[in-house]
Design a binder for this molecule. Structure first.
Ligand SMILES: *Cc1c(COP(=O)(O)O)cnc(C)c1O
Length: 239
């Protein structure tokens, strides 16, 4: 597909730039090329842009708002091997749709929600990939499990057969400068390593961390899935 036939001609360029940023960050971290991948965060953006990104070989897409996501998924049902990630806040009344329509959930932060996803996951879909969201900057008003409660939540999720516990996700408080940005990501990496040691049989291979503003810091601390919205699709209209 040529850039001029895209609904947003700059999408081609943005994706190339984002991939370049990720490749450079991996190289600077001394990590192999394919060690992390881009999750394109498409919230508030039209289905047409997702389709265009798919034609540019992007496969993983992240959505935050359930009704918006379901509408776009219906429009894009013809695209093979697209991978849908739910990354928004998750309340009980949304679990059924998430269990039925997504491949991944990054925002599980309590057992009750995990239990519902497990019970509501259709068998034909196979296990739902789950990341536990950690409140890594310890902000009182933020979602995410606290680090001290993480092991028991992980242990509970690992007993749920329709869920596959893949790793951890965090959205740290905004910080200026590489060193300050790295600290919370390092804590998340340490938390994942502790879980890997405690549950050696678990398929814990994912650190979902890093966004448009802090991708480099996240990759230096071992991110395997970086969630880029603005850097790929441009500024969002405020809702
Ligand atoms: C919106 C969002 C992103 C993308 O943020 P950008 O700064 O636009 O890259 C990533 N992760 C989550 C959980 C989000 O809600």
């Amino acid at each position: 597909m040529t850039a001029s036939s895209l609904s947003n001609p700059s999408l081609d360029e943005s994706l190339v730039t984002a991939r370049g940023r990720l490749a450079t960050a991996l190289a600077e971290a001394g990590r192999p090329d394919q060690d992390a991948r881009l999750l394109a965060v498409s919230k508030t953006k039209p289905a047409k842009m997702i389709r265009d990104a798919w034609h540019l070989d992007q496969r993983d897409f992240g959505e935050n708002y359930l009704q918006e996501a379901l509408a776009k998924q219906a429009e894009l049902a013809d695209l093979p091997d697209i991978v849908w990630h739910f990354i928004g806040p998750l309340q009980s009344n949304k679990t059924r749709d998430v269990a039925e329509h997504f491949d991944w959930v990054h925002s599980v932060d309590r057992e009750k929600i995990a239990r519902r996803l497990n019970d509501q996951r259709p068998e034909a879909c196979g296990p739902l990939n789950v990341c536990l969201q950690v409140n890594i900057s310890d902000e009182p008003s933020k979602s995410g499990v606290n680090l001290n409660e993480l092991p028991s939540l992980a242990e509970a999720v690992l007993t749920m057969p329709a869920l596959r516990l893949r790793g951890l996700m965090a959205i740290p408080a905004q910080a200026e400068g590489l060193d300050a940005q790295r600290r919370p990501f390092a804590r998340l990496r340490d938390a994942l390593q502790a879980l890997q040691q405690r549950f050696p049989e678990a398929p814990l291979d994912t650190l979902s961390m890093g966004m448009s503003a802090d991708l480099e810091a996240a990759v230096l601390e071992g991110a395997t899935l970086v969630r880029l919205g603005t850097a790929i699709f441009g500024e969002r209209d405020t809702r």
